[in-house]
Design a protein around this ligand. Structure first.
Ligand SMILES: Cc1cc2nc3c(=O)[nH]c(=O)nc-3n(C[C@H](O)[C@H](O)[C@H](O)COP(=O)(O)O)c2cc1C
Length: 461
């Protein structure tokens, strides 16, 4: 059988081959094979053409994620990330920066990924067929974890002086960044400006989270998102239509309740429904079958969601019970703790003498009622805790008292602007841990929560 060496072809032909290969997202060798196969019309003859594949290389069209590992302490978590992706059937190809190789070895990465990582832009072997273009074009998604301040600065300004940055500049694929750095680096004006530029280019972000740094005594926003969070975010980007919550029945409550005093007056609170509605919409986008039980709000109904509108706490409980069974229930509504003991059928008239006395009685506790159910309890019951002091401490007590699985606690003191505002700062309290999320828009909180729910459900299965 004849053997073919592409290197011996004339320059003009090689250039045309390279262009054609890059356009089709193949290596030059794969392109030559494809041409020969179609010319011969014979699969067996094609298989013997001696443009031998490099050891361990995945076929060009195999769907995979390209993971770029930057040089940060969190690089060790990328090893677990590779494992988590592969156990979900997602193939991973890896590029390591020179700095990343100071933290973890190509050997460990290669052993976990099942093929050698790519390390060098000027590697004669892989660059013979313009390897960095191939690396940039072939993956279904590019994940950068940890995304260093340096890598993000290079991306924001179009630098391409090593393999990682050249690939990031040459790609037309979605890029998901998992930033990880010291809180001062994260809050530095240069990093803030670079993040804003990257967001404007539709680059996706997961994390960073708030927490302890590896540097002793330092804490703040900068911890890389956990591997399972990154996996969930990647899965959401890989399959936005089928979705990470496909087949999951989800119940969400949202907004305030109105407790009538008489036909025209009621007791209410400042909840806008923005957070609960954003969660319902994010879950529906992730493929869940969502029922939203909403108190009176001025925000539009989320798309793709079955909305049940109620007024009072008792109506909300009845609608919640009617919406069960559900796999996951998120209680984001600010349910009034009390209602008036007597709801006057007639408008209470001003007499000019004595003011009416409003006697109050306690409303049913919807979160606790559902979380304590013996039969038909959702697998994951998630509550919110709106506090104005000792936020996390109160949330921990609430988690136990109400028997729910997670509490999303937030400080709703007037100066935070959270109640009715567009952003939120969440502390996710579980039986095992407290996670401090950075200040985010309510839409971002919803996406992060959906990713956490998806990760928790997939961990259980
Ligand atoms: C011990 C140590 C830890 C570091 N951790 C981080 C980090 O977590 N995040 C970060 O952005 N840079 C960190 N750096 C700095 C980067 O390694 C440095 O900016 C490097 O040039 C990044 O290269 P890369 O972006 O090509 O991977 C660290 C440096 C050292 C020495």
């Amino acid at each position: 059988m004849a053997s073919l060496t592409v290197r011996q072809l004339d320059e003009k032909l090689k250039k045309r081959l390279r262009l054609r290969a890059a356009k089709n997202g193949r290596s030059v060798e794969d392109e030559v094979r494809t041409i020969l196969r179609s010319a011969a019309g014979d699969e067996a003859a094609f298989a013997e053409v001696s443009a031998a594949p490099k050891p361990g290389r995945k076929p060009a069209d195999a769907p995979h994620i390209l993971l770029i590992i930057g040089g940060g302490i969190a690089a060790y978590k990328s090893l677990d990330l590779i494992r988590r992706l592969r156990e979900r059937g997602i193939a991973v190809r890896v590029v390591m920066t020179a700095a990343a190789q100071k933290f973890i070895t190509p050997l460990s990465v290669g052993a976990l990924a099942g093929e050698h990582p790519y390390l060098d832009l000027f590697d004669a072997h892989s660059e013979f067929d313009v390897g960095h273009i191939r690396l940039a074009r072939e993956p279904a998604l590019i994940v950068v974890a940890p995304a260093t301040a340096d890598l993000m600065a290079k991306m924001a300004h179009g630098l391409a002086d090593d393999l990682a940055s050249a690939v990031l500049l040459a790609t037309d694929k979605t890029i998901l960044l998992a930033p990880a750095m010291n809180p001062l680096m994260w809050n530095n004006g240069a990093t803030r400006r670079n993040i804003a530029l990257l967001k404007a280019e539709d680059v996706e972000l997961v994390g960073p989270n708030r927490g302890e740094m590896s540097e002793s005594g330092e804490a703040g926003v900068g911890r890389m998102a956990e591997p399972l969070e990154i996996v969930a975010a990647a899965q959401r980007l890989l399959a936005p239509d089928s979705g990470v919550l496909a087949g999951v029945r989800m119940l969400v409550t949202s907004g305030p309740t109105h407790e009538p005093i008489d036909p025209v007056r009621y007791i209410a609170n400042r909840s806008s429904g923005k957070q609960g509605h954003a969660i319902a919409e994010a879950a529906a986008r992730a493929g869940a079958d969502v029922t939203l039980v909403s108190g009176p709000v001025n925000v539009p109904d989320p798309r793709g969601v079955n909305v049940v509108k109620v007024e009072s706490a008792r109506e909300m409980l009845a609608a919640v019970e009617a919406a069960l069974p559900a796999d996951v229930a998120v209680f984001a509504a600010a349910v009034a703790d009390w209602r008036t003991a007597a709801n006057s059928r007639e408008k209470i008239k001003k007499t000019g003498k004595q003011s009416p006395e409003l006697a109050l009685v306690e409303n049913p506790d919807i979160l606790s009622t559902i979380a304590h159910r013996k039969a038909g309890r959702p697998k994951l019951v998630i509550g919110f805790a709106a506090e104005t002091q000792h936020v996390v401490e109160h949330a921990k007590q609430k988690l136990i008292r109400k028997a729910c699985d997670w509490i999303l606690a937030n400080d709703v003191s007037p100066e935070t602007g959270i109640m009715g505002g567009d952003s939120n700062t969440i502390h996710l309290v579980t039986a095992k841990s407290v996670e401090d999320w950075p200040p985010q828009s309510k839409t971002e909180v919803a996406a992060a929560l959906v990713a956490r729910i998806a990760a928790a459900l997939s961990e259980r299965t």
